[in-house]
Write a protein that binds this ligand. Structure first.
Ligand code: APR
Length: 243
């Protein structure tokens, strides 16, 4: 476990893969999932975040995501988000940001290339036809009407639910193969496939974790920087000889 003053050295030859989880948005007022005040303490996954939940009660599902849209739209990025946007600016295409988060705080902080492997809160799509996901900030709360597609299908949140396959896995695994430094930030390491990314790079890339407590998969990391992302990230990276 690293002391708070430690820093993470990045050399000109390094390619950095960053994975973020709910913890990076905690200081922005967006609850995580599994902490004491986490979403899954107050909501049942099988009622609001699975294909079966959608088939059974789409109103309940949209009430849940409307609540999350309301919270996220009022949230502002914190110094952790800004530190990663600044690192992207320095490293350019040697930087790959993959987030499990569905909020848009990375983009609000200026990040230009963010891969949302679990979808995006402010996008919706049709559950029937191949209409591409579209920007949608609307709230669909009971007892209001639920949105319907021109094909007659139901419009659902563009979110990867439990039991569904995350987005862009091929691109993610390619970037994992290419990286020399892997950094996971604010994720409990309890949800696959993201929890296995550190194992994917083991023996080939250096792996670091940033968060207030060691994650479930902490043995996969070379070093854990224990603390809040918004407090540790701003001073953590030392990029030597970068363009
Ligand atoms: N800074 C950094 N990390 C933090 C902070 C903070 N300020 N506050 C809490 N954390 C850490 C917690 O210690 C915890 O390990 O963030 C982690 C949040 O873990 P989870 O709530 O399990 O969230 P996450 O790992 O992102 O969940 C993965 O599970 O529910 C699904 O699809 C959902 O993308 C989500 C996935």
């Amino acid at each position: 476990m690293a002391s708070p003053m430690a820093s993470l050295a990045i050399s000109p030859a390094d390619r950095v893969f960053v994975l973020t989880g709910a913890g990076i948005s905690a200081e922005s007022g967006i609850p995580t999932f599994r902490d004491a005040d986490g979403l899954w303490r107050n909501y049942r996954i099988e009622e609001v975040a699975s294909p079966l939940a959608w088939r059974r009660d789409p109103h309940l599902v949209w009430d849940f995501y409307s609540m999350r849209r309301r919270v996220a739209s009022a949230a502002k990025p914190n110094p952790g988000h800004f530190a990663l946007a600044a690192l992207e600016e320095v490293l350019q295409d040697r930087f790959f940001l993959c987030t499990q988060n569905v909020d848009n705080l990375h983009e609000k902080a200026g990040a230009r290339r963010v891969l949302h492997m679990h979808g995006e809160l402010f996008k919706s799509r049709c559950d029937t036809c191949s209409l591409p996901p579209f920007a949608d900030t609307s709230l669909y709360e009971s007892p209001g009407e639920l949105p319907v597609c021109s094909c007659g299908g139901k419009i659902r949140p563009h979110i990867c639910w439990f039991g569904e396959t995350p987005f862009a896995l091929e691109q993610i695994f390619q970037a994992l193969d290419d990286c020399s430094i892997f950094i996971a930030i604010g994720t409990s390491g309890s949800v696959q496939p993201a929890a296995s990314f550190a194992a994917q790079v083991a023996g080939r890339a250096k792996a670091f974790y940033v968060g207030p407590e060691a994650p479930a998969n902490h043995l996969l990391f070379d070093e854990c920087f224990l603390g809040k992302a918004g407090e540790l990230l701003p001073g953590l990276f030392s990029c030597r000889g970068s363009a």
